[in-house]
Write a protein that binds this ligand. Structure first.
Ligand SMILES: [Zn+2]
Length: 140
């Protein structure tokens, strides 16, 4: 889907500064908006444009959630988090991007995490690139 910003990042050659990891079927990117107290939020996505988890096959689900597992450990290391919250929306009322994606959010004491986020910060490109670099190091 040409207008999908996630599909634009899926190919091997695209947006590497913002891609923390690519596997044959999945990839990890740093979202533009993050909760101010949960910086280091990552998105894990299938490289193919899929909109519903129910439309994925067992191979893709296994790889996607295998990557989620690795990322859930790596965000703690990269961003000094004590834990993570993992979630995925499908056609939620406030959802604007419909390429299937799993959120991995680093958690810390007193971060007051809620869904939907009461406030979000638009990160600078430099901060997003730095987060992707920190994740690549933590995943290595
Ligand atoms: Zn897409």
């Amino acid at each position: 889907m040409s207008s999908c910003p996630f599909c634009a990042l899926a190919p091997e050659s695209a947006g590497d500064d913002l891609v923390a990891w690519r596997t044959p079927l999945a990839f990890v990117v740093v979202p533009t908006q993050q909760r101010p107290r949960n910086r280091g939020h990552m998105l894990v996505l299938p490289r193919a444009h899929v909109t519903r988890l129910a439309d994925t096959d067992a191979e893709l689900r296994a790889e996607l959630y295998g990557v989620v597992g690795r990322v859930s450990l790596a965000v703690r290391k990269a961003f000094d988090a004590t834990g993570v919250t993992v979630f995925q929306n499908e056609a939620a009322p406030d959802q604007v991007l419909h390429h299937l994606h799993v959120h991995v959010v680093p958690r810390r004491a007193g971060d007051d995490f809620r869904l939907p986020a009461p406030e979000k910060l638009v990160l600078t490109l430099d901060e997003r690139i730095a987060q992707a670099r920190a994740m690549r190091a933590a995943l290595a």
